[in-house]
Design a protein around this ligand. Sequence first.
Ligand SMILES: [Zn+2]
Length: 466
Amino acid sequence: MSVIFFGVALVLVEGMAGNEKRISIYSPVADYSLNVIDRDGREYVGLLEVLEPIGSVSAKVDHENWKLRFNSIEAQFTNGNAHARVRSKDVDLTARFILDNGRGLVPIDSLVTLLPQFIGIPVVFHVNSRRLFISEAGTTYTAEMNKSTPGKLVLNFSRPVNPSISTEPGKLRMSFLRDPLLPSGPQTVTYNEKEISSTTFQESNGAAELTITGSLPLLASFSNDGRTITIAPAPGAAPAAAPVAQAPALPSTITTAPAAPPLTPSAPPATSRFIVMIDASHGGDERGAALSDTLAEKDVTLAFARRIRQELETRGIPALVLRDGNATLSLDQRTASVNAQHPVLYIAVHAANNSSGVRVYTAMIPPDLGPRGPFLAWDAAQSSSLGISQLSAAVIVTELRKKIPARTLAGPVPPLKNITVPAIAIEVAPQGRDIADLTSPDYQAVVATAIATGLETMKPRLEGRR
Ligand SMILES: [Zn+2]
């Protein structure tokens, strides 16, 4: 059941990001992606759209001519003509200019000569992957196996990054669409570790991709304000079977070999582990509610999420904090990450200052979804898990009420309805009127302990569903 939804969810996440061909442009003022249009067997892009995020631009159509103004620079293009005039200078395009319903389209491989005429600085264009860099300010990274904790790969980035993550047994893929990520060294780096065997950098369709290959289900966690991503085997994942003959320890090797080693066929499926994912809602640029003049919701949610993880781990329940740092993560990224990693329970943590105690939400799913189109199925991803979600919420509230006010609610709290596994959202408010409760370790402990105790009770039920 959840497997079916899993497939639907992934397809749609891709669809949202655009299955279409796209070009990504990285500049000091904005990083953005545009759709690419195929004409005459070539790839075109709207020039106005290319320039819009980086300056003041306008265009008007005069018969077959398209007159463009970018900041103080005038340019003229003519429908069907491969020559343009920019600042009274002739510029050759690689193919004819197309005027399409008032929209000016240029061949994308002309951008490398055209753009410098407007912005005055050279650009670097990775033509095959359609990634265009204005200025050299790309994001670089290092990838290192953590020597003290074997099987942990630490990726450090020169700037905060915001990839979308997908997993399959033995592979974890991070797709960087809005990040100007540049390769660092060889395309594939292999490690002499049985848990994680290689990292591969690739670029295609406007995005850079890092693929981590291993012998166990892998999880990614963010820290250091989105500058560090740590890849580790999922907690509770069975260790790989010991090889018949243990190879002698060798230093990690770097190679440009074309392929990563084949996946271990006995890698356990992604569904075979018991883990709770706790999502510290909001984060990064998205601060959530201002709970007081100085207190942002994103910081409170992270503190509670970590405390809940600690309480669960104390009880032998593996737990992961989805945003373990100050990264900006979209709801789609959170949803894709959860649906790909199949935890037994997803808990989104929110905080509020206008109520008291704790509200535990489950998804509100409209009773009649009409025709079962794929989009509606996506909106109802939670329906097959709703019963167990509601039961988990009720058990947690029973525990909470022993100490503080608490109640269950059904509500349109994103992204609950898009999560395939059991999912709840917890909104923590002060016990009474004192906002200081939210940062009090004692109050955090009361809430986290009750949630963990409730989940301990629920463990056989959650486990039985797998
Ligand atoms: Zn919130």
